[in-house]
Design a protein around this ligand. Structure first.
Ligand SMILES: *Cc1c(COP(=O)(O)O)cnc(C)c1O
Length: 502
C-alpha cells in the first residue's frame, strides 16, 4: 500500500508544538515507517516548499535560517520518505497547482494522499484521506506477501526509474545497450563464458534445443515433476519427452533411473533445478558422457545456485534461466537467458534468437523472434547488482524456516551437500494439504502448490501413453507438496507467525 504524505502532516511530525496539537499526524507517520507493508512517499513537488516553509519557521524563531539546519532537515526527510515524481500526464488545476501536482504523483503510483488540507480533501475525496481516516483503516491482521515484488520495487525504485527512463528516451527498445550490459554482467556473475538474453525461460529452452539440433523423434530424458514448459518445449519441437521419476529428497530427477531409459533415439538429458537446487549433476554428466548425450539444464528457478562450487549457469552443455517476475531474479514481464561455455553454441543461439540470421536479412537457420526487450534487460541489470544479497537473504529465510518448523510433523526441503539453492520456493510436504492450506489462509498466510499434477498425467501428454502409477514418487510428492511465502524480506515475526499456524 502506497501513501503520499502532504506537507502539513510532515510539519506536524517535525515541529515540537505541532506534534502536541496534531498527535494523529505523528501516529500516522510512525505507523507507516514501522510497518513494512506500507510504502511511504512525498511528492517531488513538495520538496522546495518544505525547505521554504522550514526556512520561514527558522527565521521566525532565530531571526535567520541556517543552511546546515535546512540541509539536515531535508536529508532527514529523504531518509524516511521516497520521492514520488510528478508525471507528465498531470491535470493542472489552476486554483491550486501544488495540490494538483501532489494528486498527479499519487495517481501515478496508485497512492492515497494523507493530508489535513480541507480544500484537497474536498476536491479529491477519492484520493485524499485524513490522518484519522488512515488510523481507522489500519488492520492489524498480518497480510503476508508471498513473493513481495512490491517491496522489491519500492527498494530499488529510484534506480529502476532512472534506467527505464534512459531506455525510453533513447527509443532503443530492441537490442539497445542495456542488453549487452546485462549480458556482460550475467557472464561476470555466473562465470559462464557466454550469457545470451532471450524472450523467456520457455524460449531459452527452445533456443538450447534448436542449437543442439533436436529434431522430431529425438528423445529427451527429463522429470515429470516440473513446470509444463520443460517438457512442452521438447514436444513443441516434435521430439519426445521421456520421463524419469524424481528423488524423494531433492524432488529432482533421480539420476540412478536415467540409464534404463536411454535408447538409440536419446539425444539429451534435461534436468531441472527445482525450487532453486541443481540436480545431481555429477551423476548426470557421467551418464551423458558415457552415452554421448547432451545436457540442458532448465535453471528457470535456480539462477545463482551452485553445484560443486560452480554456478548453475555453468552446468551441462547449455543452461537456461527465466526472468519471469516471480523467479528469484525477475524482470517486469517476460525474459530469460541461455548460458554456455561453447563458442559455437553461443554463436548459433545468438543467430537463432534473431530468426536464424547470419547478417541482416540473410538467414542461415530456421530461428525465432526470441530477443529480450531492452527495458527488461535494464531492469534485470539493476536488480542483478543486489542479487548476491537477495540470494543470501533467501537462504537466511530458509534456515529460519528450518529452525521454526523442525519439530513439526512435516518434510522440510533437503539441500544436497554439494549444492546451494536459490530458494525460488520454500516447499514443504504435509499429508493433509487441503486442511493446512485452508487453515493458513484463515490467518492471511498465502500458500501455493508447485505442482499439483505431474506432467505424465497431463491431458496434453496423453499421447505419450503414461498412466497413474508410472512415477510413484512424483505422484506422491505432487499430492503433499506446498510452498510457503518465500522472498528476501520474510521477517522473523512472519516466520514465527507462520510456524504458529501450521
Ligand atoms: C518458469 C519456468 C519455466 C518457464 O519460464 P518462463 O520465463 O515463464 O517462460 C521453465 N521451466 C521451469 C522449471 C520454470 O519454473
Amino acid at each position: 500500500m502506497n501513501y503520499i504524505i502532504d506537507l502539513n502532516i510532515i510539519f506536524d511530525y517535525y515541529n515540537i508544538q505541532r506534534r502536541e496539537l496534531f498527535p494523529d499526524s505523528v501516529e500516522v507517520i510512525e505507523e507507516l515507517l514501522k510497518n513494512d507493508k506500507y510504502n511511504i512517499y512525498i511528492s517531488s513537488s513538495s520538496i522546495d516548499n518544505l525547505e521554504f516553509t522550514k526556512a520561514q519557521e527558522l527565521k521566525k524563531t532565530f531571526g535567520f535560517a541556517s543552511k546546515i539546519v535546512l540541509k539536515e532537515f531535508i536529508e532527514d526527510i529523504l531518509s524516511k520518505f521516497k520521492i514520488a515524481k510528478t508525471p507528465s500526464y498531470i491535470d493542472i488545476d489552476f486554483e491550486d497547482i501544488e495540490d494538483s501536482q501532489v494528486i498527479a504523483s499519487a495517481k501515478a503510483i496508485n497512492a492515497k494522499v494523507i493530508t489535513r488540507d480541507k480544500g484537497m480533501l474536498k476536491k479529491y475525496s477519492n484520493i485524499s484521506i485524513t490522518p484519522k481516516d488512515f488510523l481507522e483503516t489500519i488492520d492489524n491482521k498480518k497480510a503476508i506477501d508471498f513473493a513481495n515484488l512490491k517491496k522489491q520495487y519500492f527498494m530499488y525504485q529510484p534506480e529502476l526509474e532512472e534506467e527505464m527512463d534512459k531506455v525510453l528516451n533513447n527509443s532503443s527498445y530492441i537490442m539497445g545497450s542495456a542488453v549487452k550490459d546485462l549480458e556482460e554482467n550475467l557472464q561476470t556473475f555466473t562465470n559462464a563464458k557466454h550469457a545470451i538474453t532471450c524472450s523467456s525461460g520457455t524460449d531459452a529452452l527452445l533456443l538450447a534445443m534448436m542449437a543442439l539440433d533436436i529434431k522430431p523423434d529425438d528423445e529427451i530424458i527429463t522429470t515429470p515433476f516440473t513446470f509444463i514448459a520443460t517438457a512442452e518445449t521438447i514436444a513443441f519441437l516434435g521430439a519426445k519427452p521421456v520421463f524419469v521419476d524424481i528423488d524423494e529428497k531433492t524432488y529432482n530427477i533421480d539420476a540412478s533411473k536415467i540409464e534404463a531409459k536411454i535408447t538409440k533415439k536419446t539425444k539429451a538429458i534435461m534436468p531441472v533445478s527445482l525450487y532453486g537446487q541443481p540436480a545431481d549433476m555429477d551423476a548426470i554428466q557421467k551418464i551423458a558422457d558415457k552415452h554421448n548425450l547432451k545436457v540442458i539444464v532448465d535453471g528457470a528457478q535456480s539462477f545463482g545456485s551452485t553445484f560443486n562450487g560452480k554456478t548453475d549457469s555453468n552446468l551441462g552443455d547449455i543452461s537456461t534461466t527465466s526472468f519471469f517476475p516471480a523467479k528469484p531474479l525477475g524482470c517486469f514481464g517476460d525474459g530469460g537467458a541461455v548460458f554456455t561455455n561453447s563458442d559455437d553454441l553461443a554463436t548459433k543461439m545468438k543467430s537463432l534468437r534473431v530468426h536464424g540470421q547470419s547478417k541482416r536479412y540473410h538467414h542461415q537457420y530456421i530461428g525465432m523472434g526470441g530477443r529480450m526487450d531492452t527495458i527488461q534487460c535494464a531492469i534485470v541489470d539493476v536488480k542483478l547488482k543486489y542479487y548476491e544479497k537477495d540470494l543470501a537473504l533467501r537462504q537466511e529465510v530458509a534456515s529460519k524456516y528450518i529452525q521454526a518448523l523442525k519439530d513439526k510433523d512435516l518434510v522440510l526441503p533437503f539441500v544436497d551437500k554439494r549444492a546451494t539453492s536459490a530458494f525460488a520456493q520454500y516447499s514443504i510436504r504435509v499429508q493433509n494439504r487441503n486442511d493446512v492450506q485452508a487453515k493458513l489462509k484463515e490467518h492471511q498466510i498465502p500458500t501455493a502448490v508447485h505442482y499439483p499434477m505431474p506432467l505424465h498425467l497431463q491431458e496434453c501428454f496423453k499421447y505419450l501413453g503414461y498412466k497413474k502409477g508410472d512415477f510413484p514418487v512424483s505422484e506422491l510428492v505432487s499430492e503433499e507438496i506446498m510452498s510457503l511465502p518465500m522472498n528476501p524480506y520474510v521477517s522473523d515475526d512472519e516466520i514465527r507467525y507462520i510456524a504458529e499456524h501450521i
